[in-house]
Design a binder for this molecule. Structure first.
Ligand code: PA5
Length: 433
């Protein structure tokens, strides 16, 4: 298995073991694969790695090359599922502090005027391209950012050249972004009808920004494809995604209402954010679902660690361990040992980090926090694709186990209605009356 799952520190908290759920898992598996469950018209991600449209993939690579050749910066505009996947991939795969020929930055993932103002100043003397991403094509945050940055680009290079530097990723036939892009003649990429935002990393939503950054997206799709094959077998002893889903379901049933995803490498921090969106938006409905939180250790052992060890007992942890990091640091020996670290001299930081992981899992288990351990081999694009598919499949299984539709998000409309009414948008006058 490319992802290894160890449940030793979770099993003792359960009265029923996940393997006992095999029958129910088989039923849900059939439901997913026969497309008979709630929201089943959003299962396009299931065999996407296998059936990836070749011509579109080639266009993605071509555009990525063009962006690298004519720009210093790529601004990716999007929010939620139109943002977090590529952000997670970039953070997972990129070396910290490395100066790259093309810088990828984000906009439209919040409404901060100050952020956008700084970005506009930053882009003023730079050659930049824009990839605007929105499935609905009407989401306010990216639409506002796009309006501002499109104007900047047009002023900078003229209307004709700007049109060649804007790439739109959206629906195949609907939405304001679709109409605008058609009108302007932008290069367009499609988000398939049957793939929702948070399941869209392996579509051009994630592929174009990642490919532009120079990431091997072919390997990423290969990883996802291998995961697709492995997780098409429902047997819990061979399907780590389902085993993970079944275990978190049983913990939830036992009263553990919060799951924390924990990593010991900073490259994992945005995988946490992507994962929170995937599970939070998929499961949190009908007054059900685990609350998903995250932490980066050992950093957060110096903050949330206190709560995890001794606070209210309603949480469990899923720990991601990276088996091989490419580079490492050896702790040097010093003569006088004034900092008293010579007992670690000659050891690598990875070794110390792995002992921190072990010690923490032991301590948290003693503190009555169940722990699951997921091991991944390394930070490479194959593993990223595999991990994405692992969590996507686990999430579908998980949401169906608590009998909610994994693929809708009715709750995100509530704030929008009020905001639109407060902003005076036409059609929302009645909301605040
Ligand atoms: O998962 C989802 O569907 C959402 O988080 C969307 O991705 C997010 O709201 C952005 O939507 P859109 O791509 O339509 O702008």
């Amino acid at each position: 298995a490319h992802i290894n799952i160890v449940l030793d520190d979770a099993r003792s908290f359960l009265s029923e073991q996940p393997e006992k759920l095999q029958k129910r898992v088989n039923e849900v598996h059939e439901m997913i694969h026969n497309k008979t469950g709630k929201g089943s018209d959003f299962l396009g991600w299931l065999d996407l790695p296998e059936n990836y449209p070749k011509d579109e993939f080639e266009r993605v690579l071509k555009s990525a090359d063009k962006i690298r050749n004519d720009s210093d910066v790529l601004v990716v505009i999007g929010i939620g599922g139109s943002y977090l996947g590529s952000k997670a991939g970039l953070e997972f795969l990129n070396e910290p502090f490395k100066q790259k020929k093309l810088e990828v930055v984000f906009a439209g993932h919040q409404m901060s005027g100050s952020y956008l103002n700084h970005l506009v100043s930053y882009l003023k003397d730079k050659k930049f391209s824009i990839n605007v991403i929105s499935k609905s094509g009407t989401t306010t945050e990216p639409a506002v950012a796009f309006r501002v940055l499109k104007k900047l680009l047009e002023e900078q290079v003229g209307l004709v050249e700007a049109r060649k530097r804007i790439y739109a990723t959206t629906d195949k036939a609907r939405g304001a972004l679709y109409s605008l892009s058609k009108e302007e003649g932008y290069e367009m990429f499609i988000i398939p009808d049957d793939i929702g935002g948070r399941y869209s990393v392996l579509t051009p939503v994630g592929l174009l920004p990642l490919a532009a950054d120079g990431i091997d997206v072919k390997e990423m799709l290969k990883g996802a494809h291998d995961a697709q094959l492995r997780f098409s077998n429902p047997k819990l002893e061979e399907n780590e995604a389902y085993l993970y889903a079944a275990t978190r379901y049983l913990l939830y049933k036992k009263g553990y209402k919060i799951e924390m995803l924990v990593g010991y490498e900073p490259n994992l921090l945005y995988v946490n954010e992507w994962w929170k969106q995937l599970f939070g938006e998929s499961e949190g409905k009908e007054n059900k679902g685990l609350f998903v939180a995250s932490a980066g250790f050992s950093t957060d052992l110096h903050s949330l660690g206190q709560y995890i060890q001794e606070g209210e007992r309603h949480l469990f942890e899923t720990v991601i361990k990276v088996e091989n990091t490419t580079l490492d640091t050896i702790i040097p020996s010093v003569k006088n040992d004034l900092d008293q670290l010579n007992y670690l001299a000659g050891k690598t930081l990875s070794y110390v980090n792995s002992q921190a992981l072990k010690g923490t899992m032991m301590a948290h288990k003693d503190g009555l926090v169940p722990n699951m351990l997921l091991s991944i081999p390394s930070f490479d694009s194959y593993t990223f694709g595999y991990l994405v598919y692992f969590f996507e499949k686990a999430c579908a299984m998980s949401a169906y186990l608590i009998e909610v539709n994994p693929f809708n998000q009715p709750g995100v409309e509530a704030y929008k209605k009020n905001m639109f009414a407060l902003l005076g948008k036409k059609g929302y006058e009645h909301v605040l009356k």
